[in-house]
Design a binder for this molecule. Structure first.
Ligand code: FA5
Length: 340
């Protein structure tokens, strides 16, 4: 076989490969082209290579050199086509360039915002600051002294039942076993232990109870606790502060009522309800601080009296925003959360 004939054959394969790889539209046709030209057994380059043996011996080095050069070109054309399809992910060779249209309006970035309960906490703080209360804080992991004992809840009291609390299995470092606090009343004790009267604080935060979730209960929820201790504090003060708070947060037309109740750490005690959708719904507990509690923190019940309240923050937010199921707050559905 003459060298010229061999080279012509190679040129034909090179030209066909260049045209084919340039026009492949998708990964299937790319693979088909690869097999046609570069296939190890049946590929066209392989077929030309097999003819090398027929070329005159003297011309074989030149033929081999050219064969290698063409092979390099075809491989480069294949790689180029593969990169083009990979980058553009499109059937059109020029699509990668066409996809950027500077005249289209940009996509705006969705801005996040505070969770409705966090927003509610901020609003409640503002209202209570207006009534002269400052903010206090306390830990969510508590010892039995602050969660029960100092609050006049003795060891035998059913509120301490392991089935009604989230006790922790770690060894206690405080007074008694550790648990996730079941009420923010713990912070009353922590504050009174630290400072002498008068006290006028609120504290807002998470509390935990193994309650079954339903429309008005959740195992983790938030409370706002209030505590006012001074000389001559009366139940009338408690009722007017709660009424002022309720009308500020829920509107002047809200109806609230006080029902006699019992808490070990207040005497007398009440529960507070608001009226909503033809029902009375409880949103908090309150009362006059029991003298035993004042004594436990070293205050003199002959000198000072006080009131305390603990309100469910979710229940307040529900009434204000007309949310009928507490579970909405914790489903993490952005369609709900974005409304606030
Ligand atoms: C208490 O937690 C008392 N510490 C309140 C208190 C403070 C009384 C100071 C006297 C003096 P109670 O368990 O009723 O009380 O809860 C208070 C409020 O928390 C309820 O009225 C309700 O609004 C809310 N709450 C209670 N359990 C849940 C729950 N599982 N899910 C959502 N909110 C709840």
């Amino acid at each position: 076989m003459a060298l010229g004939e061999f080279l012509a054959e190679l040129d034909k394969v090179a030209a066909d490969a260049a045209a084919t790889f340039e026009s492949v539209l998708d990964s299937d046709s790319l693979e088909a082209a690869r097999v046609e030209f570069l296939g190890a057994k049946q590929g066209r380059l392989k077929a030309v290579q097999k003819q090398m043996g027929q070329v005159d011996k003297a011309d074989r080095p030149a033929a081999g050199k050219r064969l290698n050069a063409v092979k390099g070109q075809v491989e480069a054309a294949f790689e180029q086509a593969r990169d083009r399809l990979g980058a553009g992910k499109s059937n059109s060779p020029k699509a990668g360039a066409e996809q950027f249209d500077p005249t289209l309006p940009g996509r705006s970035i969705r801005q996040g915002h505070l969770h409705p309960i966090t927003q509610t906490i901020e609003t409640l703080k503002e209202i209570m600051a207006g009534l002269g209360f400052s903010i206090a804080e306390g830990p969510e992991i508590e010892d039995e002294w602050h969660n029960f004992e100092a609050l006049n809840i003795p060891l035998v009291h059913p509120a301490r039942d392991p089935l009604d609390n989230f006790y922790l299995s770690v060894a206690g470092v405080g007074k008694g076993a550790l648990l996730l606090r079941s009420q923010t009343s713990t912070v009353q004790i922590r504050i009174m232990e630290k400072m002498p009267p008068p006290v006028r604080i609120i504290t807002l935060g998470r509390v935990y109870r193994p309650d079954t979730a339903d429309a008005t209960h959740y195992p983790m929820f938030h409370q706002m606790e209030g505590l006012l201790v001074d000389s001559h504090v009366t139940m009338a003060d408690l009722k007017s502060v709660l009424r002022m708070f309720a009308t500020s947060y829920l509107g002047a037309d809200v109806h609230i009522r006080f029902r006699p109740s019992f808490f070990p750490f207040t005497e007398p005690s009440v529960e507070v309800d608001y009226h909503w959708n033809d029902q009375w719904i409880e949103f908090g507990g309150a009362g006059m601080v029991d003298p035993n509690v004042l004594q436990a923190v070293g205050y003199d019940p002959e000198q000072v009296t006080g009131f305390a309240f603990g309100l469910g923050i979710e229940r307040l937010c529900m009434r204000r925003h007309n949310i009928t199921d507490i579970r909405e707050f914790y489903r993490n559905d952005v369609r709900f959360l974005h409304q606030f």
